[in-house]
Design a protein around this ligand. Structure first.
Ligand SMILES: [Zn+2]
Length: 241
């Protein structure tokens, strides 16, 4: 629990202004996506065994990092935004068939997995969160166990990262962009606490699509600039709900 999101910390009493809430949603989701890609990177550089779908393991890493790195209030706001990001994605794609063939689980399932894990991390203080997100009781009763298994599994990996090692190195192809600002600050914060078995390159730049990638051939995470506009569109979908 090291730091709060700059945008969330700047929130005015009585709640964020509308555009601040949108920026906080976009920032939280950019970080959630970055932590997902970092999960892929760790699976590679830490030579982790993965029993199950790697995409699910990367989602678990993402919500655990939010839970571990941020103050409780900021983590809660981020969990709302990241879970709602999956929900909005499902709403945005409601006219298309669910791609069950995809390496990622359906967005609705990623939503509930995220909600369950975060709730399971502290059910006493997060019961309102589970209720707001309509987490069914049938799932909620397993969430503490799910969290403990996830925290034991990824926790051992995170602990190994604190013992020095190579840094993440950030390059912005568009200096000063919203995405570059967030990722540059995040890489700096993570480098203060974590060292890696080998250097991980982190690049923000245009890709021609709203996406993010980890490439094991050069150990690089690419965060596409196009995600920002996509996330702003998703935020608008939530407004209509
Ligand atoms: Zn992935």
């Amino acid at each position: 629990m090291r730091y709060a999101l700059a945008l969330l910390a700047a929130g005015v009493p009585g709640g964020l202004m509308a555009d601040e809430a949108e920026d906080a949603f976009v920032e939280a989701n950019i970080l959630g996506i970055f932590y997902h890609e970092l999960g892929h990177a760790l699976i590679d550089v830490m030579q982790m065994p993965v029993f199950g779908q790697e995409e699910d393991a990367a989602d678990v890493a993402s919500i655990l990092l939010i839970d571990h790195l941020f103050e409780p209030e900021s983590a809660l706001e981020m969990a709302y935004d990241v879970a709602n990001g999956f929900w909005a994605e499902a709403v945005a794609n409601a006219d298309y068939p669910v791609p069950y063939w995809d390496v990622h689980g359906p967005d609705e399932q990623r939503f509930y997995n995220t909600v369950c894990l975060f709730y399971g991390g502290d059910p006493d203080t997060r019961d309102d969160f589970a209720e707001d997100m309509d987490l069914p009781e049938e799932r909620a009763e397993y969430c503490v166990e799910e969290y403990e298994l996830a925290a034991d599994s990824w926790g051992a990996v995170f602990d190994d990262l604190t013992q020095g090692g190579a840094p993440m190195v950030f390059t912005a192809e568009i200096e000063g962009s919203f995405t570059a600002g967030i990722i540059e600050a995040e890489v700096e914060a993570l480098n203060a606490d974590f060292g890696f078995p080998s250097t991980i390159q982190v690049i923000s730049g245009p890709c021609g699509e709203a996406n993010a990638f980890y490439d094991p051939s050069d150990r690089s995470i690419t965060m596409c600039e196009e995600f920002e506009d996509h996330l702003r569109m998703l935020y608008g979908m939530l407004d209509q709900q």
